[in-house]
Design a protein around this ligand. Structure first.
Ligand SMILES: O=C([O-])C(=O)C[C@H](O)[C@@H](O)C(=O)[O-]
Ligand SMILES: [Mg+2]
Length: 430
């Protein structure tokens, strides 16, 4: 019988190269912090997790890691209590409270969500360790997969050719600042990865330009489901106008406006399906939004919904209420992608093609990075998450973190390099 007790838990921050992708807030920095979680059992089996590596998460992650030795990886439900005990407001410098701040592109930041983020990182590592110990894939620990392959969408961004900082990493995607650039980027995404759906990150240019880019995608790729996501940048009137212009073009519009009321009004006026990873980002935000018919598709994300089990629960709730499900992503590495794929494999009901930033990252911390075939990943049946940690890569990217000065994701600060007067735009921007 395997000894599933935890001998050690480690949290290693890394910096990941990131291209100059534009969004409402500004632009991605040349490097994004991620945290790699390792939970080692008494038998020497190591379970992996990955999450945000910003300083505000590292401290609570480390605090919880220190409480894990002696506990069992078989009891991930207990993580909710451990994390709740460890994270009172003082534990995070009082910086996160339940006063809602809309400063993030993935919804409101509050103590409840911090709690879910920390639980999730360790829940994934627990499941990976348990799966490896028992010789079972994570999806079997969750009750079994409901699909064998998971479709992903090509995630398009307006983009500069390069970061305006000396010595910053250079990518080979080129510039995309108009419809031709967006179509060229989409063509490469489809040719290289086979994606069968496309999502354009909007909120960057005036809405008419983003409508034009979406229509150009429609013309270039007939029949391919399209989405446009301005991260809540538009007023109700602008959201209505864009929804009407793209009524027959998009599969859904994602977060055209900020807040339940504005989203509900755009949907009421236009009937166009709206998706969100901003106005519904935790269980307690579901009732109000569903009652108001503000969202027709919820983007799950195990990183901030509280893990793979919470994602399954969310999928069931969405299915029950006739609300669609898709998946959100942020800049991530292969451990997260493995967990996203297992989560998607176990999400009942119809799942739209999931977001992934993976094509934008050349770094990875796993020995065999994922390969998309026909825009999809096959769900791994190997024990645990089915990925192996590349320790040399982990050490390299940790050293980059140690030597570097990026300690949190800050798209506003990155934009200030070219526009010193830049501040996070208040919404509605248009
Ligand atoms: O769907 C979304 O809103 C996102 O993917 C949020 C991300 O932070 C995206 O905007 C990005 O990477 O700039
Ligand atoms: Mg979004």
């Amino acid at each position: 019988m395997s000894d599933l007790r935890i001998a050690d838990a480690r949290v290693t921050p890394v910096l990941v190269e990131d291209p100059p992708l534009l969004n409402l807030q500004g632009v991605h920095q040349p490097y994004t912090p991620r945290a790699i979680v390792e939970v080692e059992t008494e038998d020497g089996v190591v379970g992996l997790g990955e999450t945000y590596g910003d300083d505000e998460y590292l401290e609570p992650l480390r605090k919880v890691a220190a409480l894990l030795p002696g506990r069992s990886v078989a009891s991930s439900e207990s993580l909710w209590e451990i994390v709740a005990g460890a994270l009172d407001a003082s534990a995070v410098g009082g910086s996160l409270t339940d006063d809602l701040q809309a400063r993030r592109l993935f919804g409101r930041q509050n103590l409840t969500k911090l709690h879910a983020i920390v639980v999730s990182a360790f829940e994934v590592a627990f499941l990976d360790a348990m799966g490896r110990s028992l010789g079972l894939p994570v999806h079997q620990l969750l009750g079994g997969k409901v699909r064998d392959r998971v479709d992903f969408a090509g995630y398009l961004f307006y983009k500069w050719e390069k970061h305006p900082v000396a010595g910053a990493p250079v990518d080979d995607w080129g510039q995309a600042l108009d419809p031709d650039g967006v179509v060229a980027q989409a063509r490469r995404m489809i040719d290289q990865y086979g994606f069968g759906s496309l999502k354009l990150k909007g909120g960057v240019l005036p809405p008419d330009e983003e409508i034009a880019a979406t229509l150009a995608l429609r013309e270039a790729f007939p029949g391919v489901p399209l989405r446009l996501d301005p991260n809540g940048a538009w007023s109700v009137d602008t959201g209505t106008r864009v929804a009407e212009a793209l009524r027959d073009t998009v599969e859904y519009l994602e977060d055209p406006c900020t807040g339940v009321e504005a989203m509900a009004e755009v949907h009421r006026r236009t009937g166009v399906p709206l998706a969100t990873n901003m106005c519904v980002t935790s269980m307690r935000e579901i009732p109000e939004a569903f009652r108001a018919d503000a969202v027709q598709v919820v983007l799950c994300d195990h990183h901030f919904w509280g893990g793979l089990r919470a994602t399954q629960a969310l999928a069931r709730i969405c299915e029950t209420f006739g609300v669609g499900l898709s998946m959100h992503s942020n800049t991530h590495l292969g451990i997260s992608l493995a967990a996203m794929t297992q989560a998607a494999a176990c999400a009942p009901g119809h799942l739209h093609a999931c977001d992934t930033h993976r094509p934008w990252q050349t770094d990875d911390v796993i020995t065999e990075p994922h390969v998309f075939r026909d825009g999809a990943l096959t769900v791994s049946d190997a024990p645990g998450l089915g990925v192996e940690l590349d320790r040399a890569a982990l050490a390299r990217y940790h050293e980059r973190w140690r030597a570097g000065d990026v300690r949190s994701r800050d798209d506003v600060a990155a934009m200030r390099v070219v526009d010193p007067a830049w501040t996070a735009p208040s919404v509605p921007r248009w």
